[in-house]
Unconditional design. Structure first.
Length: 105
């Protein structure tokens, strides 16, 4: 289909120069059989797309926005545990909490 969409009107000899309102009108046109098959295929694909959209709208529930409200909060602490802080100071050489508090860092 894209091959035909890029062709100019002057090179489209033997095709329609107007829009069909119904596929039954295609029988009254004098166009090559290849062009007629392409038009029928386009109409069929359009009908399938419309049928799929209608089916999907009937079978897809309407989703309402959901808002979660958490009414219970509990304090879990700040930062890492003292044991993990000591471990990181051993690995990375950064001061421990006790060292940071006493030196004012």
């Amino acid at each position: 289909m894209a091959k035909y969409a890029t062709k100019g009107a002057e090179s489209a000899a033997g095709t329609l120069d107007h829009r069909l309102k119904m596929i039954a009108e295609l029988g009254q046109e004098t166009i090559p059989s290849h062009a007629a098959r392409m038009i029928r295929t386009a109409w069929t694909l359009g009908a399938l797309r419309a049928a799929r959209a209608a089916w999907q709208s009937r079978h897809t529930p309407d989703l309402e926005p959901i808002t979660l409200v958490f009414a219970h909060w509990a304090y879990a602490g700040t930062g890492v545990t003292p044991d993990l802080e000591r471990l990181t100071s051993l690995i990375g050489g950064s001061p421990t909490r006790e060292q940071a508090v006493t030196t004012g860092a």
